[in-house]
Design a protein around this ligand. Structure first.
Ligand code: GRF
Length: 207
């Protein structure tokens, strides 16, 4: 059983998609062992508790500086002994110490087709604002492993989503979630849990 821990910052619709996929048997060989948020008030923690998953908060506000927060974050994650860490809308830069310790064991969902609209400053609604500003006709989502560089790790899966006339960032965000994110992320977890994919020489391959 793969021990999966999910890190969140917001509403947690991706977290819910994972919880539902486990319940429906669409993710097998995996157990959700914990949910961590950097924000005490988010709905994600409620979603986790409703599903009987231990939910904790590690907030930067409770620490003197970033280094102390990073240390506490890693210590809390370690307590759950995860085999896989899933960043499901986690808006905190992952400490390098965590990236190294959990090398090839952290995955992230990004709401664009990487390498478009990604990297520093591209998070949440901003990604969709930039896509609309640029006038792209197709956008999408990407699941990738987390490495040192932001949004630069090996790509696990991508799915394209059409941009429609009259889209607002909010409308586009919702469509990308429904048509791509909520499908890709649970599937990636299931693929990892069942040993269908692995990283070889910096690329994701079937194994
Ligand atoms: C998602 O669009 C995710 O790709 C992005 O932040 C959003 C989080 O949404 N990084 P939710 O908290 O899963 O509802």
């Amino acid at each position: 059983m793969l021990r999966v821990m999910v890190l969140v910052s917001g509403g947690g619709t991706n977290l819910q998609a994972i919880i539902d996929a486990v319940a429906a048997g669409n993710i097998t060989n995996a157990r959700l062992v914990g949910v961590l948020s950097n924000n005490r008030t988010v709905k994600s923690l409620e979603r986790a508790r409703n599903a009987g998953i231990p939910a904790v908060c590690v907030s930067p506000k409770d620490f003197a500086d970033r280094a102390a927060f990073n240390e506490a974050l890693l210590a809390k994650v370690d307590e759950f002994e995860p085999d896989l860490i899933v960043l499901a809308g986690f808006l905190v830069a992952i400490p390098q110490a965590m990236v190294h310790k959990y090398s090839n064991r952290i995955i992230n969902i990004h709401p664009s087709l990487i390498p478009s609209f990604c990297g520093v400053g591209y998070y949440g609604l901003k990604v969709h604002e930039k896509a609309l500003e640029r006038g792209v006709k197709v956008t999408g989502a990407t699941v990738h492993f987390v490495t040192e560089g932001m949004d630069e790790g090996p790509i696990i899966a991508q799915k394209a989503v059409e941009v429609c006339e009259g889209d607002t960032p909010e409308i586009l965000q919702r469509r990308v979630m429904e048509q791509a994110e909520w499908i890709l992320l649970p599937k990636a977890i299931d693929d990892i849990a069942n040993g269908r994919i692995c990283v070889k020489e910096g690329y994701v391959v079937s194994c």
